[in-house]
Write a protein that binds this ligand. Structure first.
Ligand code: ASP
Length: 442
């Protein structure tokens, strides 16, 4: 019997997880049961993906750079990537601002709803935690992110998943130095990292065997932990604008893939779909990164020379879905609370949301933390931050799941078009399976 394709398996797991989660909300002990006995499976899966992120970046980026044979090529790829990332993010923010200004989801919202949301969420632990995190981030100067990118201790950098840019910096530094000592002298180290790279990719295949079960657990957990459905309905118009914007971004990526990379966009989305489904289930582009890399290289055909740099950098700094959401959320809050936001304020949002997308950690809910910084940039009164966040908190998780899909799709799109532009997009990629060499070792 032909095996069901991975994306179908994952989708079935997701649907069953949703149904199971809803069913459990009807039982007194249901939520407890899911939290104690089901959710840990999802957490273990995310931990496994995070576990291999640093070795994967290290091995694949070193392999990517040392395969280049020429440093100027790397500069070329680097500059294009950063330029296109900034371009797509700007498109996302402007698109979000146009939609929220045209549809105006915040103007119709009643005093009563605002009251209700404020009393439910303004002092909620989740909102307070986000405000605290935002004030910690705010204290930094404009070049702080550059400063933060350079590690002063290699082992500490490699030992902390939050320091992805430091890992990337250190790895590029090793890779370039390897090029400079010449092929012959760099060979032992290159062979080591090539082999490590194969091993880590095999680990991705093995972890993915459990993906359908893991997404079941993750979604059941999301359902039992979500807010009162009545409140979700009040925010339907706002959520609808964000979803519309995110969908339009996917259409935009499809156009880029078809016009620039000359690939069928449906084929592209199908190849990428397991990574998108995981982005949805985990709400974290960082946790999804190993799968994104595997799909983009082995299924879409992007050469490692490109993907090993473009994707880890993208997971950290390129968040089109998040910046689109930040633009919409900021204006929505202003509309709902009758805070005047002139055109100049909206232009400030374009700029700060662009920077915020670089500063947003690729973990669940981080976009909302940086939203506080966007609100601050337009002069929104600080004593109302908690009310502002309370207005959108109830729908944040589902929107986070969706914007993470866009974040990951954006990274994969840019990897594909950069690869095409430097002649590194292969036509018949060969996907590896977990059991390719199993016969030899059985
Ligand atoms: N969860 C998002 C991500 O990991 C970030 C955010 O928008 O909160 O890509």
């Amino acid at each position: 019997m032909k095996k069901l394709e991975l994306h179908w398996q994952i989708m079935i797991g997701m649907v069953l997880g949703l149904v199971f989660g809803f069913g459990m909300t009807y039982l007194d002990w249901g939520k407890e049961f899911v939290l104690n006995w089901v959710a840990p499976l999802g957490t273990i899966f995310i931990k496994l993906l995070k576990l291999i992120a640093v070795p994967l970046i290290l091995a694949s980026l070193i392999k990517g750079i040392s395969d280049l044979k020429d440093i100027s090529k790397f500069r070329n790829i680097g500059l294009r990537t950063i330029g296109i990332y900034m371009g797509t993010t700007t498109v996302a923010i402007i698109l979000g601002l146009v939609l929220v200004n045209v549809i105006e989801p915040g103007t119709g919202i009643s005093e009563e709803t605002i009251e209700k949301l404020t009393s439910t969420y303004a002092n909620d632990e989740g909102v307070t935690a986000k405000l605290e995190e935002a004030s910690r981030q705010k204290e930094s100067g404009p070049l702080k992110f550059l400063e933060d990118m350079v590690p002063d201790n290699a082992v500490a950098a490699l030992g902390n998943n939050q320091l992805m840019l430091q890992v990337i910096f250190f790895t590029i530094f090793i890779g370039i130095s390897m090029l400079l000592i010449g092929e012959k002298r760099a060979k032992p180290l290159k062979d080591f990292f090539d082999s490590l790279n194969d091993v880590v990719l095999k680990m991705v295949d093995l972890i993915m065997l459990s993906a359908p079960f893991a997404v079941f657990a993750l979604l059941a957990n999301v359902v039992v932990s979500s807010s009162d459905p009545e409140i979700l309905l009040a925010l339907l118009k706002y959520a609808g604008v964000v979803v519309l914007g995110l969908l339009l971004m996917i259409v935009f990526y499809c156009i880029l893939v078809s016009v620039i990379a000359k690939k069928n966009p449906f084929w592209f989305l199908k190849q990428l779909s397991p990574a998108q489904l995981l982005a949805f289930s985990t709400s974290s582009s960082a946790a999804t990164l190993p799968v994104t890399m595997e799909r983009v290289e082995e299924h879409i055909g992007v050469d490692k020379e490109v993907s090993s740099f473009v994707l880890p950098v993208g997971a950290t700094v390129n968040m089109d879905g998040t910046s689109l959401y930040q633009g919409i959320a900021a204006v929505f809050i202003a509309q709902a609370l009758s805070f005047d936001l002139p055109l100049s304020g909206q232009l400030t949002i374009v700029f700060t949301a662009l920077l915020a997308s670089i500063g947003t950690a690729a973990v669940p809910g981080a976009g909302m933390v940086m939203l506080v910084i966007v609100l601050e940039s337009v002069g929104f009164p600080p004593d109302k931050y908690a009310i502002g966040l309370a207005l959108i908190f109830a729908v944040d998780r589902p929107l986070d799941m969706l914007r993470t899909v866009v974040n990951v799709t954006g990274d994969a799109t840019v990897a594909t078009i950069v690869a095409k532009s430097v002649g590194k997009l292969h036509d018949d990629p060969k996907a590896k399976n977990w059991d390719d060499h199993y016969e030899e070792v059985k």
